[in-house]
Design a protein around this ligand. Structure first.
Ligand code: GLA
Length: 401
């Protein structure tokens, strides 16, 4: 009996010893045993060999952008993502630059690659005021003409890509750049006039009012029903939807669709953010972001963060030449990424009966070496991977939960 007791005690002691030794080998002790690297504040023992998509598999899919050019360039980094969005190869200007001549080749290349690599595809985007073929801008010179060409393009595109995409951004950026109190009270919060005046753009609203948005969703839903694509989700996608007035304008747009039983399944919050806007008051920034997610999902809509990136400089403060990303900015950017992702995880399941949820987070771009925000004077370092494709503080922060 006594011997048995001693044996059990020895075994217990050995077990404790082995566990302790084992643990000390799983991580880098420089950061307090936190295997995540980064600033070492806690962690879920994720190893760097795991990919973001897997780490987030209990929450939502994690996406990034692709083009035929980036496929090879970021082949390794793409292993982190289980969803992709075509940067521009599924926009109207690329699919039908000549009327009636449909050029799906590049989009098909992306979809073949995505399928071969087990990634879902967000369809982006069916209707926008930019990236249009010239013939559309010439032909769309009346409401009737606009409605007809929208209907044809949307139905044709949804049918062609079918179930190879899991959702579509049906309409992109139909709301004003920034919505004032006056815009809200007067109901004039749609993008039109001088906000649609750049070269290659089209003022759909001037010809059709909100009906062009209704038409696009109606046509998409019609094609979906025709093909029985029950899983395909239809999104309205825009930027600055974290701002209270633009959020409210977006809700009114959703209501305008619902009044006529036009289906809409979700809101795409682009989330092209600037670090100084967060630093001015992190609490305000995050609570506005959360409030938008809460209100949209509260309407029964799913939310996807469709174009997340965080520029470290306000444009006016940008340094005059290319230089390395200062460490304090990298850490602050990580904190902002971390705060956003924490809220996203919180809404990955419905917060009340009948609520939608966050079902995807996509970064716009992959690594800092090629960001669409860079110009010849300065870089913006908006991504979670650095210019050498290594992990940034932001990467470590978002897996730290
Ligand atoms: C918008 C569009 C994207 C892309 C970016 C520019 O956010 O939705 O498709 O063109 O602008 O980086």
């Amino acid at each position: 009996m006594k011997i048995k007791k001693i044996l059990v005690s020895v075994l217990c002691f050995l077990l404790v010893l082995f566990t302790a030794v084992g643990c000390s080998f799983t991580g880098n002790d420089d950061n307090g045993g936190n295997n995540n690297g980064g600033d070492g504040n806690g962690g879920n023992n994720v190893t760097e060999s795991e990919y973001l998509g897997d780490i987030y598999s209990d929450y939502f899919s994690i996406g990034s952008t692709v083009s035929t050019y980036t496929l090879k360039k970021y082949a390794e980094l793409y292993k982190h993502f289980n969803s992709v969005t075509a940067e521009y190869q599924m926009k109207w200007g690329r699919l039908e630059s000549t009327e009636g001549v449909l050029t799906y080749g590049d989009a098909d290349t992306l979809l073949d690659w995505a399928e071969a690599n087990g990634k879902g595809v967000r369809g982006h985007c069916l209707l926008w005021y930019k990236s249009l073929p010239n013939w559309v801008r010439q032909k769309g010179n009346s409401k009737t003409a606009c409605m007809q060409i929208i209907d044809k393009h949307v139905q044709e595109t949804v049918e062609y890509f079918g179930d190879r995409v899991y959702c579509w951004d049906v309409v992109n950026e139909a709301l004003k750049n920034s919505v004032s109190d006056y815009d809200l009270s007067s109901g004039n919060f749609y993008r039109t006039g001088n906000e649609v005046s750049g070269s290659g753009t089209m003022d759909w609203y001037a010809y059709c009012g909100v009906d062009y948005i209704r038409q696009a969703f109606k046509s998409a839903a019609e094609a979906r029903d025709k093909l029985g694509l029950n899983e395909l989700e239809l999104y309205y996608n825009d930027y600055a939807l974290n701002s209270p007035n633009k959020r409210e304008a977006c809700i009114r747009l959703v209501q305008a669709l619902r009044e006529e039983d036009i289906p809409i399944d979700g809101i795409g919050m682009q989330a092209h953010y600037k670090l100084p806007d967060y630093q001015a008051s992190p609490e305000t920034f995050l609570s506005n972001f959360e409030e938008s997610v809460k209100q949209f999902t509260g309407l029964g809509l799913n939310v996807q963060i469709t174009e997340l990136d965080i520029r470290v400089y306000a444009d006016s403060q940008a340094p005059a030449e290319f230089d390395a990303l200062p460490h304090d900015l990298e850490v602050a950017q990580a904190e902002m990424y971390g705060g956003i992702m924490e809220i996203c995880r919180k809404y990955a399941t419905p917060w009340k009966e009948g609520a939608g949820a966050i079902t995807n987070v996509t970064t716009w771009g992959v690594a800092d070496d090629s960001s669409s925000w860079d110009n010849e004077y300065h870089k913006e370092y908006p991504q979670i991977f650095d210019t050498e494709h290594g992990y940034k503080e932001a990467y470590y922060k978002i897996i730290d939960f």
